[in-house]
Design a protein around this ligand. Structure first.
Ligand SMILES: [Zn+2]
Length: 180
């Protein structure tokens, strides 16, 4: 059930909207098809609109994580990095859509929702950095290291908010990649 997260931005949303993966206009069957109903936040639902030909996170044969790299900025206002790892159209379209979901601020309300999204992501990123530091520091107690390992393991679980970021921040970091 999407782990209570928006299927596009991975924010945990308490007031989700129903997103139609394949737009339902003029097709009542698509409107009520259970397999076409995706869990999304208001912001991403509005940005996706009628875009089609994107990677399907519900398809077990599709590894969306490997297809699109996402990294946090070093300051909250900067652009979130979204990079397609493959050249096919589905991957390119999905990366383009996610870039908009994370960064678009072309209207007043999108500027506000972008800021809220970035602040939330940054809060988790701080937690990630603090735990990385505990693992890296020679001064850390073993009990603190164990807790830091637990936190970083939990953050990489698919059910965790914004997990794609924490998995890519581990994969892109030689020190953490060796551990995990
Ligand atoms: Zn979203």
């Amino acid at each position: 059930m999407f782990y209570g997260k928006c299927y596009l931005c991975e924010d945990d949303v308490s007031d989700p909207v129903i997103e139609h993966f394949i737009p339902h206009e003029g097709d009542p069957a698509k409107k009520y098809d259970w397999n076409n109903l995706y869990y999304a936040c208001h912001r991403c639902n509005g940005i996706k609109g009628t875009i089609t030909d994107i990677l399907d996170c519900c398809d077990p044969a599709t590894d969306v994580f490997r297809a699109i790299k996402c990294l946090c900025p070093s300051v909250p206002d900067d652009k979130i990095t979204v990079e397609a790892q493959y050249n096919d159209s589905k991957t390119q379209n999905t990366a383009g859509l996610l870039d908009k979901c994370y960064n678009e601020n072309n209207t007043g309300i999108r500027g506000i929702s972008r800021e809220a999204l970035h602040e939330k992501l940054f809060e988790y990123y701080c937690k990630f950095i603090v735990n990385r530091r505990i693992l890296k520091s020679r001064d850390s107690l073993q009990s603190d290291r164990d807790r830091a390992m637990e936190h970083l393991t939990q953050m990489q679980d698919v059910s965790y908010p914004f997990s794609v970021f924490w998995r890519w921040h581990v994969a892109s970091d030689a020190f953490l990649a060796k551990i995990f």
